[in-house]
Design a protein around this ligand. Structure first.
Ligand code: BES
Ligand code: MN
Ligand code: MN
Length: 465
């Protein structure tokens, strides 16, 4: 497969490749919002049709307890390797809507400092409709130019942003159909458009909800205040006690299974280009904050964390109400690294949180979804093929990096299907994923479509050696 065939195809079809993505972005497929269920299904149907149009066989919407998985395949020769593509067609909620400069489901192109050639602004533009659709279009390209070098299977789900509750059972029930050699995913970031990189790791997740209950009803804060535990005060103290003055997590055994990197490995990681001033400027903060003894890249890549995602209770309406609330709540998540285990961490968190509560309150801890961390060596054949593909299209060898986010299903692919996942992402961390004004660079979209066919080529070549 010549790179010139690829670039010529992209050049000739440039406008259509973009307008088709725009159509997908116009459907608000928010998996977390039950009022948008019909739109999530509409998006699945649209993806199904696009796979058919691109030339896939056996395309179907596979029913699950939740939203359907879109499946499709092209088997050109059973003796050739099979690449299994994973992506997700669901998106995060767009709220708060007032913080968007343009409506989240009306994609438009705007230029930005890091995307001088323009970026597509819409919810899901980067995470993950834009990145997922690059695979459909790269497949179309290989079909139309007669250059598909191996077999391909697509598995596009609609519940990634709510923890993939149905995909686990679905892959277990479809092991035969999902037989392949490697999983290919574009749902992560690169360092910068002139600095390609490939994530070799993802963090896991343990997500908890806690409730602190004090008196049996809200009380007059003058009549009772000072004599009865205030659950909000207590909860804040409990949360504060989870970190020490070095921002080290204090929960006993929390770090027990954390894989420590050697000095050499840390030195290797430190070679990845990273501009702390740019990082601070992008977030408009005067300084960063994190675990003592680790760099910013290490804090997001190889260290576990504990963060409050939301906290509520008491009076938050207009004006002042003097009340001593009966209850306080928080959602607390922990990002995990190899070889931590989400169930084990959930259990020790629960034990710790219950143990630090004073007798004057009761604490209820409920675990939400979790997921396991993931690591893939840069010696892996799939990684190498991805590296060669990027080297050819970016003119630079990509840097191995550790992603801070989570794609929990990836650990399950390895456990249940025995398949490694290659994280060939093309987004930027500054693309505002999950935030208002999410966007995806035009450069990144077309670069992805250009790079993916080369992954197939190099993977097929390396596998037959
Ligand atoms: N695509 C992201 C994960 C990601 C983003 C990984 C950037 C690496 C770099 C994914 O859609 C996501 O948001 N995952 C959730 C997981 C959760 C909903 C179970 C996350 O990381 O919070
Ligand atoms: Mn994603
Ligand atoms: Mn996401």
């Amino acid at each position: 497969m010549e790179k010139s065939i690829i670039t010529a195809y992209i050049e000739q079809n440039k406008a259509r490749l973009l307008s088709e993505l725009f159509e997908l972005l116009r459907i608000p497929s928010v998996s977390a919002d039950s009022t948008k269920s019909a739109d999530v299904i509409k998006t699945a149907e649209a993806v199904k049709q696009r796979l058919i149009d691109a030339g896939a066989d056996k395309v179907e919407l596979c029913e699950t307890k939740g939203f359907p998985v879109v499946y499709g395949e092209k088997i050109i020769d059973p003796k050739k390797p099979t690449v299994v593509v994973y992506g997700h067609y669901d998106v995060q909620p767009a709220e708060p809507l007032e913080l968007w400069d343009s409506p989240p489901y009306e994609p438009i192109i705007k230029k930005t400092e890091v995307h001088p050639e323009g970026a597509i602004f819409a919810r899901g533009a980067c995470d993950d409709k834009g990145q997922m659709y690059m695979h459909v279009k790269a497949f179309e390209l290989m079909m139309k130019t007669n250059t598909l070098p191996c077999n391909v299977k697509f598995m596009i789900e609609g519940e990634e942003e709510v923890g993939s509750p149905s995909l686990g059972p679905w892959i277990i029930a479809n092991k035969e159909r999902l037989k392949g050699d490697v999983i290919l995913i574009s749902d992560t970031s690169i360092i910068a458009n002139d600095t390609p990189s490939i994530d070799t790791g993802l963090r896991g997740l343990a997500y908890m909800e806690v409730e602190v209950v004090g008196p049996n009803r809200d009380l007059h804060s003058g009549v009772y205040g000072g004599a009865v535990a205030n659950p909000i005060n207590i909860l804040c103290k409990m949360i504060a006690s989870c970190h020490d003055e070095n921002n080290h997590i204090t929960i006993p055994d929390f770090y027990a299974d954390v894989m420590e990197l050697s000095i050499e490995e840390r030195a290797e990681m430190a070679k990845a280009p990273f501009d702390l001033n740019e990082f601070k400027k992008d977030l408009n903060v005067d300084d960063v904050l994190g675990e003592k003894g680790y760099s910013t890249i290490e804090r997001t890549g190889i260290r576990p964390t504990l963060d409050v995602n939301g906290i509520w209770g008491g009076y938050i309406g207009e004006g002042a109400k003097t009340v001593l609330p009966s209850k306080a709540f928080a959602k607390i998540s922990m990002r995990l690294v190899p070889n931590q285990n989400s169930e084990k961490i959930s259990a020790i968190f629960q034990k710790y949180f219950e143990s630090i509560a004073p007798k004057s309150v009761t604490v209820n801890v409920k675990p939400h979804h979790g997921g396991e961390p993931y690591y893939l060596s840069s010696e892996n054949t799939g990684y190498k093929a991805a590296s060669m593909a990027m080297q050819e299209t970016y003119g630079k060898k990509p840097v191995p990096t550790r992603g801070g986010g989570s794609i929990p299903i990836v650990a399950l692919f390895r456990k249940e299907l025995g398949l490694d996942s290659v994280l060939l992402g093309f987004g930027l961390d500054s693309d505002a994923l999950h935030s208002p004004n999410e966007h995806y660079g035009l450069f990144n979209y077309y670069k992805g479509i250009e790079t993916i066919p080369l992954f197939y080529k190099y993977y097929t070549e390396l596998s037959s050696k």
